[in-house]
Design a binder for this molecule. Structure first.
Ligand code: GCB
Length: 605
């Protein structure tokens, strides 16, 4: 007889245990375990990983992660999956885009790969960083559980120190994209529920002292003459050194017992703006560790109903974008992002709304370089379990991860805490706390959310509006709302006392052979909606910007009529990311006119 391990002996219990996943839902990989990675050499773990979809969660029940790599003929007990053999998929990728049979798969999937280490130095630390995995990701190294992460669009780190061996190691990630009632977003969204490790996975090596955080910004006091830095260091360094060579800055930042420090320096940097996207090299060293970044300095503020950039009133000529690609799903790269900004430039935009979740971090880096302003958002979308503390914890963690990732990006001017949420007491408290968290982590930017219109009274009305800096409004007059005159009336009835941005407006236009010649879903109808929207919004002086819905058609399960065919067709450009619809020129012309009439204001591109 073959010898049975405790694993196999537990097999029956594993079949009956419905709490099998509890030990693996610690959410211990969160914003507090992130490290600052700017300027660090990274070892890419992109490439082929062993892969298996696991609808019944058999792997967690049977503890596949505890299996050792052995040749099949030497295994002494039966197995249902061998993580070390079989099918492979590329990382990053979304499994839906790889095989038709995985298109609608929602559940767990196992990713395994070897990690070969030449040597493990006793005084070095090792961190795995996953750019994003949708939605729950559990990390195992050599059979040891290192923690899990919730949230499908933000990065997370797992420290590998102490678990790595010289030679061959095995990394296993279990990714689960099941939509559940307590998640952020919840079960119902107007975008596709992709799954997988769809952003870069990297390994970082550091000294014993690790710089976890670096936040560098212009002090927003109107002087344009002071730079503040906030740092967090893990280790026994007593101080850190901040350098901005172009400004002649080299300053010692004393650290407290928790490794935290801050400093304010007199310096007069050239200011960043869309017309002059100047970036400065920044370097921080502490206890042998070093990080670097390129940072733009600028001041964004709300004054009355104005948004001001470097003291000048601003109109946001924007467009909304999803992270979606007909072939790659949520996977993006530099070429895809550069094409996106080139299209935004063709539209005469100075601003993009990155909806409805954190986009790839390269988007904000490129926006810094190219001179675009950004709205960044977390997926507190439609219905969320606003009264569930665990849901709040998840949403707040996603917000913290996004802010820590991108708060050195001058392009980012708005943190949005949500989109079209019902105005209940629980929602108000939930989102107000998110706004407070955003302000605590980053007092230098504006907060917003897509708020509600009271259709009975035809006015902008949402209790959250009091707590945010910029009121976002999604309105679909000419599409979901039939009476266009109401839009003008909302304009007259509302006295928001704050800047309003039209965070969405638009209409579907299906083009090509599949599209209708007239009526709803025709290109012609879509164009007319854009013309009327512009005509109606133009005179509303409190409207300080707009980001119509949306740059490209995007995939979504809920859109199944013959013209939609599984896509939301409100793109100004079709899903091929090439074919412009006629409404594109209408918006581009309006933005050109606005830009020119503002003659040299803070809004030129
Ligand atoms: C909205 C949502 C957005 C949808 C859009 C639409 O209000 O915020 O996520 O995709 O409308 O096309 O219906």
């Amino acid at each position: 007889m073959l010898e049975r391990s405790t694993l196999a002996e537990n097999a029956l219990q594993a079949l009956h245990d419905e709490d099998y996943d509890v030990p693996f839902n610690t959410q211990s990989l969160n914003h507090s375990t992130m490290i600052f990675t700017g300027g660090r050499p990274a070892r890419s773990l992109a490439g082929e990983w062993n892969f298996c979809v696991d609808l019944l969660d058999t792997g967690l029940r049977q503890k596949w992660f505890a299996m050792r790599p052995e040749p099949a003929e030497e295994r002494v007990e039966p197995w249902d999956y061998d993580p070390y053999q079989g099918e492979t998929v590329p990382v990053p990728s979304c499994w839906q885009m790889l095989k038709e049979k995985w298109y609608f798969f929602e559940g767990s999937a196992w990713y395994t790969r070897a990690l070969d280490m030449e040597e493990i130095a006793a005084d070095r630390r090792y961190f795995l960083r996953v750019g994003a995995a949708q939605y729950d990701c559990k990390v195992f190294l050599n059979g040891v559980f290192l923690g899990n992460h919730y949230g499908g669009s933000t990065p997370f780190c797992a420290e590998l120190t102490g678990h790595l061996e010289p030679g061959r190691n095995w990394l296993m990630l279990v990714v689960n994209n099941t939509r559940t009632l307590d998640r952020v977003p919840m079960r119902n969204t107007d975008w596709f529920n992709y799954g997988g490790i769809y952003r870069e996975v990297e390994l970082f090596e550091t000294p014993a002292t690790v710089i976890r955080d670096l936040f560098v910004h212009l002090v927003p006091d109107g002087s344009y003459a002071r730079i503040r830095a906030e740092v967090a260091v893990d280790g026994d360094a007593r101080d850190a050194v901040l350098r901005l060579p172009a400004l002649g800055v080299e300053a010692v930042v004393p650290l407290d017992a928790d490794g935290r420090g801050e400093i304010v320096i007199d310096a007069q940097p050239d200011l960043w703006s869309p017309e002059t996207p100047v970036l400065h090299d920044v370097e921080l060293t502490a206890g042998g560790d070093r990080v670097a970044d390129r940072v733009g300095f600028r001041q964004i503020e709300r004054v009355g109903d104005e948004i001001r950039l470097n003291g000048r009133p601003l109109f946001l000529r924007g467009i909304s974008v999803h992270e979606d690609d007909r072939k790659a799903g949520k996977v993006t790269d530099e070429a895809d992002l550069r094409r996106r900004f080139a299209h935004a430039r063709d539209l005469n935009c100075n601003y993009l709304r990155l909806a409805h979740y954190p986009h790839h971090e390269l988007a904000a880096k490129l926006a810094d370089e190219l001179g675009f302003l950004l709205w960044e958002e977390i997926p507190v979308y439609w219905a969320i379990a606003f009264d569930n503390p665990a849901t709040y914890r998840d949403a707040e963690n996603q917000l913290c991860e996004l802010i820590k990732r991108d708060r050195n990006r001058a392009s980012v001017i708005i943190w949005s805490v949500g989109n079209e949420n019902p105005d209940t007491d629980a929602r108000l408290s939930f989102m107000r706390r998110l706004v407070e968290t955003a302000k605590r982590l980053d007092p230098t930017r504006l907060t917003s959310a897509a708020c509600l219109i009271n259709h009975a009274r035809n006015r902008i009305e949402d209790r959250l509006a009091e707590h945010i800096d910029v009121i976002g409004i999604n309105e679909y007059y000419g599409w979901y709302e039939e009476n266009f005159e109401d839009l003008a009336e909302i304009g007259r009835n509302s006295d928001p006392g704050k800047p309003v941005v039209i965070s969405e407006t638009g209409a579907d236009g299906a083009i090509g052979d599949g599209g209708p010649r007239r009526g709803l879903f025709s290109e012609d109808y879509m164009t007319k909606v854009y013309e009327r929207q512009i005509e109606t919004l133009r005179p509303l002086s409190y409207v300080k910007g707009m980001s119509p819905w949306i740059l490209y058609d995007f995939r979504v399960e809920r859109r199944q009529n013959v013209f939609q065919g599984g896509f939301n067709r409100k793109g100004l450009i079709a899903a091929d990311k090439a074919t412009k619809k006629t409404a594109f020129a209408v918006l581009a012309n309006y933005y050109a006119e606005r830009r020119d009439s503002e003659g040299g204001g803070g809004t030129q591109t």
